[in-house]
Design a binder for this molecule. Structure first.
Ligand code: GLN
Length: 310
């Protein structure tokens, strides 16, 4: 039996992966603020349901949350709308890229799942309902701040502006769904909210902390806050497992065996049910748009900890 502590294993895995692979992958370059991020950054943070924290490397540096924000807006939309959300968005893996439009027409403007861009835009519309984009963005930011216990989490305005200036595909997806009556607020309002949620900056430590309620059936184990019902928490985990890495979701389940959600900022949030939340950050992406070195770190950590839902 190994007597190594969690902190030792996290430090060892972090160092092994960083030494062997640091800088691998291609940093997202569709906007300047992401393109200039140092490819050599690497951070890893684990927080357990009993409050242990372990970390390696750049776990204190903020990065662009991007699509990982979709986990938190899905949580908020389920809080607001409950099961009726599933009329407007499915929960089936798409097998397509994150910004693909191909299935939308055949499927009547109902996106496959909440983690491809089309689905996340519908979810954001649900979070926005009855409010201004400014109010909705403040609510998303404040939810993350509260869950992370960190009031430094904020929107990177430059990223948000660039996302809007270059977001042609997201405008296409949103207009297409509006044509099917699957967006209720004006397209511009929904997308402004979506671009701002993607532009939040967060550290690995904060992200792992913010996701911890998903490891504990919807209740933050350290504060006792009931964030969401156990049924919804289970379903969010199921969708992270099946759809969290776009068309590489099967590979992530195969290699890591845990629910996870990636973003093009290079972050990944991973849930170890009943045990812990893990956040990793390495900006270089693989061909599918998921953090290349981050995925390797999670594979190694899950194997060493014998973490898997299977
Ligand atoms: N802001 C990006 C987009 O909407 C997020 C994509 C991602 O992280 N996969 O295209």
């Amino acid at each position: 039996m190994s007597t190594e502590t969690l902190a030792q294993i996290v430090a060892t895995v972090g160092k092994e992966i960083a030494d062997a692979h640091r800088g691998e992958g291609k940093v997202a370059d569709y906007i300047p603020a992401l393109a200039r991020v140092d490819a050599n950054r690497f951070g890893l943070a684990v927080i357990t349901c009993d409050g242990q924290m372990a970390e390696y490397g750049d776990a204190w540096l903020p990065f662009s949350i991007q699509s990982i924000s979709k986990v938190f807006t899905l949580t908020m939309a389920l809080q607001r709308m409950g099961e009726s959300l599933w009329v407007r968005v499915g929960r089936e893996p798409s097998g397509s890229r994150f910004n693909s439009i191909v299935q939308l027409e055949a499927e009547g403007g109902v996106p496959r799942n909440p983690f491809i861009n089309a689905g996340a835009i519908v979810v954001t519309d649900a979070v926005l309902a009855g409010r201004t984009p400014g109010e909705a963005v403040d609510d998303i930011r404040d939810t993350l701040r509260r869950l992370a216990g960190a009031d430094t989490i904020d929107v990177d305005k430059e990223v948000a502006t660039s996302e809007a200036a270059t977001g042609y595909r997201n405008y296409s997806l949103a207009n297409f769904m509006k044509g099917f009556d699957n967006l209720h607020s004006p397209v511009e309002d929904v997308l402004q909210t979506y671009f701002h949620q993607c532009s939040l900056r967060i550290t690995c430590r904060q992200l792992a902390r913010a996701g911890l309620f998903l490891a504990n059936e919807g209740v933050d184990p350290l504060t006792g806050e009931v964030v969401i019902s156990p049924e919804h928490a289970r379903r969010i985990n199921a969708i992270m497992m099946t759809c969290g890495h776009y068309d590489a979701s099967g590979e992530f389940a195969f290699q890591v065996g845990l629910p996870g959600k990636s973003g093009v900022g290079g972050g990944i949030l991973t849930i170890v049910p009943d045990v812990a939340a893990v956040a990793v950050w390495s900006p270089g992406l693989n061909a599918v748009g998921n953090s290349q070195v981050g995925t390797l770190a999670l594979e190694r950590l899950a194997a060493r900890m014998r973490w898997s839902v299977f």
